[in-house]
Write a protein that binds this ligand. Structure first.
Ligand SMILES: [Zn+2]
Ligand SMILES: [Zn+2]
Length: 232
């Protein structure tokens, strides 16, 4: 992956402090400030658990999510939020390598899925942005882990409003029936790859569509987990 991305990433300054940092997007000092997701974490939603518990959190016990596990590399907060925005909106592909590395390590320590699936963007949004950041992240993981990446297995049928700023209920209704999957997912263990998990509403909708098409097991792999308000 390093060589693939380096073909397109010129030498640059650190995204955060402007120190020269070669082809990486962050200098080592800024990289050390990235917000860690300190464990133990809920195995289903990757929220930190109080007191060293190893079971699902109360929220997942009350409302079990439609997937079997979540892996998250970072806590969504400064300065990582700036890096993900730079990836999403300003073509800063150099942030992928440092952010993907720990997620690949987490994934490699467990049984690997049959295939990866990037969270799809609606065609209109992909056309205006020029690329799907989740697909770039998934491609990097696929290359590192040797797990195939599914293409055309699923599409987003509605160009839903951006989820930021919506309440959890609004997020769910915004996304209703937003995905259509292809029967090629039948019987597969699939990891959905996305940049951030906030409420998990998009991941839940996509998981539901995959399950309806017969996917056997679904995991969510995200770069960053936004902590629930009040999560300890
Ligand atoms: Zn720096
Ligand atoms: Zn949970």
């Amino acid at each position: 992956m390093r060589s693939f991305f380096n073909q397109f990433v010129p030498a640059q300054d650190c995204l955060l402090c402007a120190a020269a940092c070669g082809r990486r997007s962050l200098c080592p000092r800024c990289e050390a400030t990235l917000p860690q997701l300190d464990g133990p974490l809920c195995p289903l939603c990757a929220q930190p658990l109080p007191g060293g518990a190893q079971h699902p959190c109360g929220e997942c016990l009350r409302h079990p999510p439609p997937w079997q596990a979540t892996l998250a590399a970072w806590r969504y907060g400064f300065p990582l939020d700036r890096m993900i925005q730079a990836l999403k909106y300003r073509h800063h592909f150099g942030v992928i390598e440092p952010l993907v590395e720990p997620l690949a390590q987490l994934a490699a320590a467990r049984p690997l899925p049959d295939a990866l699936l990037a969270m799809p963007l609606h065609r209109a949004r992909q056309r205006s942005r020029g690329y799907n950041q989740s697909l770039l992240i998934a491609r990097a993981l696929s290359g590192r882990l040797g797990v195939p990446l599914l293409h055309h297995a699923c599409r987003r049928t509605r160009d839903t409003r951006p989820q930021a700023g919506l309440t959890p209920t609004q997020r769910r209704s915004n996304l209703r029936r937003a995905f259509v999957c292809n029967p090629c997912v039948q019987g597969l263990n699939i990891a959905i790859v996305d940049d951030i998990m906030t409420s998990g509403a998009s991941l839940a909708q996509l998981s539901g569509a995959l399950s309806e098409c017969g996917a056997q097991r679904i995991e969510c792999w995200v770069l960053a987990r936004a902590l629930r308000t009040g999560a300890s």
